[in-house]
Design a protein around this ligand. Sequence first.
Ligand SMILES: [Zn+2]
Length: 450
Amino acid sequence: MSNLIITDSLILPMTESRRSFSGYVRVKDGGIAEVGSGVPPKAMDGESVIDGSGCVLMPGLINAHTHLYQVLLRAVWEDLELMPWLRRIYGCARVLQPEHFYAGSLLGCVEAIRGGVTTLCEHNFLNPSPECAFETIRAIKDSGLRAVFARTIMDTGEIVPDCTKEKPDQAFRRIEEILAHHPRGEQLQFMTGPNTPPINTTPGLLKEIRRFADDKGLGISAHVAESKSVVECVRREHGKNGVVEFLHDFGIPGPKSIFAHSVHISNDEIALLKQTGGSVSHNPVSNMMLGDGVAPVVEMLRQGVNVALGTDGAASNHSQDLFDTMKAASLLQKVHHQDAGVIDPYSVLRMATAGGAKALGLESVCGTIETGKRADLILVDLDTLHSQPMNEIFSQIVHCAKASDVRTVMINGEVVMRDRRFTGLDEKKILADAKAANHDLMRRVDELSF
Ligand SMILES: [Zn+2]
């Protein structure tokens, strides 16, 4: 593991106090050893230097909710509301092969790293065979990303193909197999969860999931109240006012729970999230693409709920770009409230860094630039036509900077991309393999009827 010093950049620590300063960061044994302002001390023996001049040095971005393989399904099913769209996404399980998951997930990881993501949460939900999850994890490991793999479960639902429905015990056995093969650590963590309650999970499964998660020390990831139709389902079939309220009966919201979307939740449910310590992954681009609605993010922040940002899969976002997502998150709240000052850029950038780390149980590992944390760092070029002149750094990172401005990416102290070139990944081969996988998948999808 190389020791190095990044000099002469504008540092955004993204800790609770809003500040930026010119300085340097020293990285030793994969961790942040020193953060200082001004001119750096002389490099030590064996220490290399990365010149950060003209760049901002900030924590790597954290994508708190995605489905990596879905890059193969960019712009395949458009103009559909959540339920008919999901019927097609789930239906794909009938033809998805483990090799599709590997090739698609690796392309998704590479796209994420190029755009400054150093940690992501892969919410896994289609498992026609156990190899599908294993191949996704292999792709994540090969990419060098830090990740949380959330292996979720579906056991019912008219739109869920039989090949991907599992009895709780069967799913738990498969998750135990994954845990046995991939020891948990700072680089790779695991969660479980009900995929989209209650449309594809029974109350029996929900009860068992809380027990299993506690038994194994796993967090919970779930799609929650993404569209009005999901809330109508919980009212009709379970007599509850909302999905969070329903899940509370099973002890699902908790300090290690991350609820993706949470678009249609009431103020009482936001209070429930605050009280139980649950986090939300806000996925504004996906919500807009599917016409779901606007998540009450401002109210969540006001009540003190931890909010992270996610892209969601590329089938409902078209990209894995968190810079796009940050801008969308900011603008969507402004237009929804018809109040330009309703959300500030610092809060948005916190969601994409420290908020994501907290949501994934990694707040002691990453999400800020502080001595003692792992060195997950990105250098973003500010000396561009669209970012200059610089007047307000936080606003301009959220509203001006682009994923393509990310120059250098370091994960756990390893430089995985330097000056836009990958140090170990064969980008051309990854792209060629993903195109071949897409071709094969589309041929199989064409034979399906939905
Ligand atoms: Zn999702």
